[in-house]
Structure formats: structure tokens, C-alpha cells
Design a protein around this ligand. Sequence first.
Ligand SMILES: [Zn+2]
Length: 442
Amino acid sequence: MGTRFRLFVQPPFEDARSSPEIVEVSSPLGSLTAGPADNRMFVVEPVGKTGPYGVNRGPLGTPYIYLPPWTGKILEPATPDECGNFDYLRPSMAGFEAAHVFGCVRFTLDVWERYLGKPLTWHFDHYDRLEISILPRWDNAQYGYGFLEVGSQFENDGHVLPFSLDFDVIAHEVGHAIIFSVLGVPRPGTEYPEYLGFQEAFSDCVSLIAAMHFPSVIDNVLMETRGNLYLANRLARFSEFSPHRQIRSANNKRTMAEFARGWKDEHELSQPLTGAIFDILVDIFHESLVARSLISPAVEDLADIAEFDPTAEAPVQHAFDRAFARNSDGFIEALLDARDIVGTYLAETLWALAPDFLDYGDVARTMLAIDRNESGGQFARIISRNFGQRAIDELHAGAHVKGGEHRSHVLSARTLLPIDYLELPKMNYREKVLLSRSMSGQ
Ligand SMILES: [Zn+2]
């Protein structure tokens, strides 16, 4: 038996009526203690912590590294009820935010550990457990060496929106944790800009696929679009309130041509890759609808045309409306299948990739190799076409242009890796390079 939490699928900022849903995560009932905490992670709400972990500057401007643990005062931790659950906590109660952030991390790990095939081990080894800390006065969120830290979004009208209540933001940071653990970081001198873009794109996909495990997300998306997923707001757009909201959308048309002459921000650079993966998900879903005879091949073709030709949009929507009304359960099954195919392919791709000299072309080739292994190449055409449409591997990110560094949490997280950690030989990744190259026929 698992442990129950109350989680906001959609943060309550935009829609004050949204209420948290009760979910059960895999932590065995009774295994969680006050925090919440278990043997892998714990939540703290520090009192009087003035800055985030990472590279900070002292009063005279000297950089120093600030790492867990927090040893100062903390707010009263969230405690389980007599059965061991946390769903008795309501949004207005002390401890709700702490329970919420823990529940979101555990929920995301549950989803991705299934795709990865085993429990995640944190990439750091100087700490037994991950410190999940809430820092309300900070305007960002980050995962780093021994910590996952969430701040708040400060709105122009004075509202403060805590990221501890934002599933998408938290799941995205768990995405970074997965990459650090499974893929690792490039050795000095072997980092391509597209590695940084990959970090962001993959983390957005971790969040997207995890959100698709809430039945209400699937229901709402299908109700809203009748299966015409290119219209899907909830799936296509990541949290409105994320630190990088203005530039993050999975349903985008950006290609590598925009970045070949230079790039500023890895969140922007991630967009062609995120967009390609989102389109692959939609195409696999549409193909699955055809395979189940829920839509005709002609409608699927028309949906592809509608991506570029607005005059095709109305007839496509009409066809989807009718098909969805006939068998909405079939649409749900098809979407869950597509979700799990993409989740599995992404996890397998991550295992097979190597961080040194990683670019988006490696991601595309590896995903094609995974598809050959898993299905005999059933989705090869979809995968190649969508990476091709983004000019992935045809064009590559140019030089970094100054101006976007201040938002870069990957860079700050990386500098937290102790130098001896960076110097550790990663034999298994070398082997993975050879493996992925041989699988992709290079
Ligand atoms: Zn990120």
C-alpha cells in the first residue's frame, strides 16, 4: 500500500477554483516520517536562509560554493496522519507546501523509475539523501549537488506564487536529477551547447510525461481537443508560472536554423528538440488512432496538413469531434499508449547516450536505434521526419551569445560538482558511446 498526498495538477495561481487531487505514491504506507522524509530525500523549510545553494558571492564579491545541509532553524515539518498519509493536509494548513513538493517529486520518480527500469540513485555521493528545500524569497528553482530547491514567482501586481505548488516546475527539476544520474555531465572540453539544450528539453519531457499520469490531465486534454492534440494547451504548454515560461512551449515550430548563428539561453535552444519530441508523441497517438480504426488514414493525413495549412483546421477538428464522440475510451487508451512509447524511448535513449560531444543528432540517431530494437522500426518514419523538420543534425547550435547566463541553472548546478567527481573515470559511459554508435550504424 502506498502513501496518499493531495497534489495540484494545475497550480492554483491561474484558476483559484482548482483544487488538489488525492494521489497515491509508491512510498509504502507508514514509511514516511516528518518532513516529509524517507531514506532517499527529505523536505525542509529553512527559516532565515537568505540565498539559494550554488555559487554565491560573499559581501566583497568573492565567489564561494554554498552546499547543504541547512543547519539553521526550520519551520515545523509536515507530519503524517496516524495511518501514514499526508492527504489530510489542505492548502491553507501549515505543512501543505512541504508535503506537496515531496509528493510531486515522489510522483515524478514513480513514473520515470518505471521507464528507466530501476530506482534512481542521486548523482551525488557526499550526502545520503536529497535535501528538498523551500526558499520563498528566491525567484527560481534548481536541482544541484545534494539539493532540489524551489522559490517563488514574483508577479508584477505583488502576488507571490510558490513553486512548491507547481507540479511542472518540480517535475522539471526531477528531470535534471535523472539526467545527472543516468547520463552525467560532459568531461571538461567535451561539452557541446546542445548538451545544455538537451538538459532542458529532456527535463520538460519528464514533466510532460509525468503530468500525463494524472487521469484528469488526460481527460481534460481529450475533452478540450477531442484528440486533435496540436490544439492541446495543457500538454503543449508548460506551467504558465515556470521561471522560463515565456520561452517554453512543447507545441512550437522553432528549428535549429534560429540557433545556427548563435544562441543566448539553453531554454530557448531546447525548443526545437522539445517540439520534435512533442510532435513525435502526437504522431504516434494519431497512428495509434488509425490502427484502432478510431480515425481514418485520410483524417490523419489531413491533421498533418493542418499543421501548416490553416484551411485544413476546421475539417480536421470536425472529424476528430465525431470520432471522439463515438469512442472516447479508445482515445484514452491510444493516448496512454503513445505516452508510454515516448516515455520508454526517452528513458532508453538516455541510458544509451554519452554526455561528451552530445548533440541533438545523437539523440535522433539513438532514438531511431531504440525504435529498431523495440519495435523493428515501427516509428522510424515519424521519428526521422520530426527531427528533420527541426533541421536537427543538419544545423547545429552556433556560439554562445552573452546575455542569457543569469538564468542558467544547469551551469550553476554543474559548478557544484566537486572537481574530483568530474575527474572520476566514467568507464560505463565510454562503453555506452561505443554501444550507441554501433547501434546507430555509425
Ligand atoms: Zn531546467
